[in-house]
Design a protein around this ligand. Structure first.
Ligand code: 13P
Length: 393
């Protein structure tokens, strides 16, 4: 409902409409300067800082380590190596990842869950300080997760706008400099017009609120891999979704130079009969992005969405074979963490090996960001897909 009201509001602000309404009131047929509506791009007092932050995250050869799993999702990861889901184990796992020596060479930002943002290492150093010293920007997941969207085709919408401004101001004080809001669009369930509009509107409101509070918003409408549709259908849906997202970002006066995007790659559905090569994924994904994303946006940081570690890296590498208008990089969770988690197994004596495994993936994706990656010598584990039907993050 908010969306349709807003669309109606678009004309109200235009000088043409103002001119007509003034003429109707019999005052003048021309819009005087004093009456002209001014459309400023609003990012509050943080504009310069937002641009700097976004550029630093989108710096050559680097990308984002996403470790913002909610406590429930982190619990699933820990369960896969036989560990209990408690704060001590979550802290130990995040400490392992964040203190990996040399990580800042390949990783420019780390997305944290709220619990992690306020945690410290076992030696008492705040995680945000560990990151700062490694030249890695701390980021924070700010959405409150997905719930069913009434009136849709079993689709969902993303909660979290209530209280977001004050939460964001607190996160900034704690050291966060960018934020993430993940909503999803399901191809097999529609997507319905309603679900796409709701996703786009929520992302735009979140982006404006984040920028007002000094956080660079990562805009993430994840188009889920679920389904047996073709790559052409994914392209069609992705174009629709991103056009709505940019429409509402603009309507909310979001500063494009101070945002980052986190799209899904354009691939066939996970259950489609044919797989796409990295070249085909790159061709479709870049075609979609070039049609929809203005070059003012500094960085495109892909999610991995259930692809295997190697597949996600190969696809990114294929997208960086020729220059792009934006920095094209990664913001992977599963495709960076999987081997590291399996190597760790919750044992202190495996921490070093697990950190090496993370660094290996970070370096591989850094090379892919530069278009220089080769999959030679990759392990079978790294080639194993991680798609889970109906996956909830
Ligand atoms: P995956 O790379 O596992 O799909 O995670 C995406 C995400 O949104 C994490 O922040």
């Amino acid at each position: 409902m908010a969306v349709s009201l807003f669309k109606a509001g678009v004309n109200v602000g235009s000088s043409q409409f103002l001119g007509e309404s003034i003429a109707k009131n019999g005052q003048s047929s021309k819009v005087s300067k004093a009456h002209r509506v001014c459309f400023s791009v609003r990012a509050g007092s943080y504009a310069d800082e937002l641009v700097k932050t976004a550029k630093s995250v989108a710096s050559p050869g680097r990308g984002i380590l996403a470790i913002d799993e909610s406590n429930a999702t982190c619990g699933k990861r820990l369960a896969s190596i036989g560990l209990e889901n408690n704060e001590t184990n979550r802290q130990a796992y995040r400490q392992l990842l964040l203190t990996t020596p040399g990580l800042g060479e390949y990783i420019s930002g780390a997305i944290l869950f709220e619990e992690t943002l306020y945690q410290s290492t076992t030696d008492g150093k705040k995680f945000v300080d560990v990151l700062r010293e490694a030249n890695i920007m701390p980021g924070i997941k700010v959405d409150k997760g997905l719930v069913p969207l009434p009136g849709s085709n079993n689709e969902s919408w993303c909660q979290g706008l209530d209280g977001l401004a004050s939460r964001s101001a607190e996160y900034y004080k704690q050291g966060a400099r960018f934020a993430k809001w993940r909503t999803v669009v399901s191809i097999p369930n529609g997507p319905s017009e309603l679900a796409v509009k709701e996703a786009a509107w929520g992302l735009a409101r979140y982006a404006a609120i984040s920028q007002d509070n000094g956080l660079v918003p990562i805009v993430e409408p994840e188009i889920l891999l679920d389904g047996d549709h073709s790559i052409d259908r994914t392209l069609e849906v992705a174009e629709k979704v991103w056009s709505e997202v940019f429409f509402y970002l603009a309507e909310n006066d979001v500063l494009f130079e101070g945002i980052l995007l986190k799209p899904s790659m354009v691939t066939p559905g996970a259950e489609h009969k044919e797989r796409a090569s990295p070249q085909q994924v790159a061709e479709y994904t870049l075609k979609m992005l070039k049609r929809r994303v203005p070059p003012a946006v500094p960085g495109i940081m892909f999610l991995s969405g259930g692809q295997s570690e190697v597949e996600a890296t190969l696809n990114l590498n294929a997208m960086n074979q020729s220059p792009n208008p934006w920095h094209v990089s990664f913001s992977y969770a599963r495709a960076l963490q999987n081997t590291s988690l399996k190597t760790w197994k919750g044992l202190p004596e495996n921490v070093e090996a697990a950190q090496k495994a993370l660094l290996l993936r970070a370096r591989a994706n850094s090379l892919a960001q530069l278009g220089k990656y080769s999959a030679e010598n990759e392990s079978d584990e790294a080639k194993t897909g991680m798609f889970v039907k109906g996956y909830t993050y």
